[in-house]
Design a protein around this ligand. Structure first.
Ligand SMILES: Cc1ncc(COP(=O)(O)O)c(C=O)c1O
Length: 336
């Protein structure tokens, strides 16, 4: 069938047909016990798209499997990208249990050896000189920290990111995100200066091409950086989790353009970091080092809610402000 750039996707999460199909599936699959829990869930949680009402109820998550209340087991390839090492890995459960017994929490203004060791480990495994760390309780918060440091370090507030991207649920993250589902409704206005370009991806793209979208996209980013002249950062997933892999050399071109026009490069590797793409970080496929790298999800091994914003040392410019002053900032965590 001929392709047209405005062809709608078959069914997107969040659109009404998708919700109706989910409901129809659930109606045929769930027994009264599961339905009773789903009803309680809907009663007590705020309803929101792609979440509540939920699809089903699980009672176990182990390795790559989840098991629902009716004993059906599913191979979970999605897992919100937290289970690089599988759900409930026994070594991790043992390490966390031991840590909880020894030191469950570190209040702010104190540090602790496990938090230091984890930050040191991240500095060691991240590429280039990346190595100054702030921990946050979610990837969304990690992105907010990155935006704050961008503003402080560059004196610029504008950002350039992709339509169709997701970077989290804070106002900063929603502004740089490009999905209507998270930007729309009655929550506006979003942050000023959050500019977007269409993303690369030869399957479906704004240019209606079947090959070469990477080059078109890179040229467009360069053009906007040059035209605006005061963009603080390009922010993107180096390998888009939903799902497109950048063509070889793409990020080299963007790195070069950022350097030329004084913009930082911020990579959101919240889903892909820590080995998901075959290298420790997806940016290593193109040998590009960002100025700021944000990771999360699997950093907590699918158990602890923890993310990290990892910056180049020259971005350590906010010593008199507090941009990541979270209750769990120096959470002992586990440096396994
Ligand atoms: C690419 C990307 N960035 C940011 C986030 C936000 O992370 P969190 O849900 O931990 O706030 C997600 C979560 O799905 C994500 O996939």
């Amino acid at each position: 069938m001929p392709f047209h750039p405005l062809d709608p996707p078959a069914a997107a999460e969040g659109d009404i047909n998708f919700s109706l199909r989910r409901q129809a599936w659930a109606g045929a699959q769930v027994n009264p016990e599961t339905q009773a829990l789903l009803d309680r869930d809907t009663q007590v949680f705020l309803r929101q798209s792609v979440s509540t009402p939920c699809l089903s109820v699980i009672r176990r998550a182990e390795g790559i499997w989840i098991e629902d209340m009716q004993g059906r087991r599913y191979l979970d390839f999605h897992a919100n990208n937290v289970h690089h090492i599988g759900y409930g890995h026994p070594r991790l459960v043992a390490a966390i249990t031991q840590q909880l017994q020894e030191l469950p929490f570190a209040p702010r203004r104190f540090t602790c050896e496990p938090a230091i060791a984890l930050a040191e480990k991240l500095a060691q495994i991240t590429p280039g000189t990346l190595g100054k760390v702030l921990f946050a309780p979610s990837g969304s918060d990690g992105i907010e920290i990155a935006l704050a440091y961008m503003r402080a370090a560059t004196g610029r507030f504008k950002t350039l990111s992709f339509w169709d991207a997701y970077h989290g649920a804070g106002f900063g993250a929603r502004s740089i995100g490009g999905e209507q589902l998270f930007r729309g409704g009655s929550i506006g206005p979003l942050l000023p200066g959050a500019e977007h370009v269409p993303p690369f991806g030869d399957y479906r793209n704004a240019w209606g091409v079947r090959t070469g979208s990477g080059e078109l996209c890179a040229n467009q980013i360069r053009y906007v950086l040059e035209q605006e002249g005061d963009i603080g950062a390009v922010i993107a997933e180096p390998s888009r989790a939903t799902p497109s892999i950048a063509p070889p050399g793409f990020w080299q071109k963007i790195r070069q353009a950022c350097d030329e026009f004084g913009a930082l490069l911020i990579f959101d590797e919240i889903p892909t970091g820590l080995g998901k793409t075959g290298k420790m970080f997806a940016c290593e496929h193109d040998q590009v080092v960002p100025d700021i790298l944000v990771i999360g999800k699997n950093l907590g091994g699918g158990i602890l809610p923890i993310a990290a914003t990892i910056c180049k040392p020259e971005l350590d410019v906010c010593e008199h402000y507090a941009h990541g002053h979270y209750t769990h900032e120096k959470n002992p965590g586990v440096a396994e």
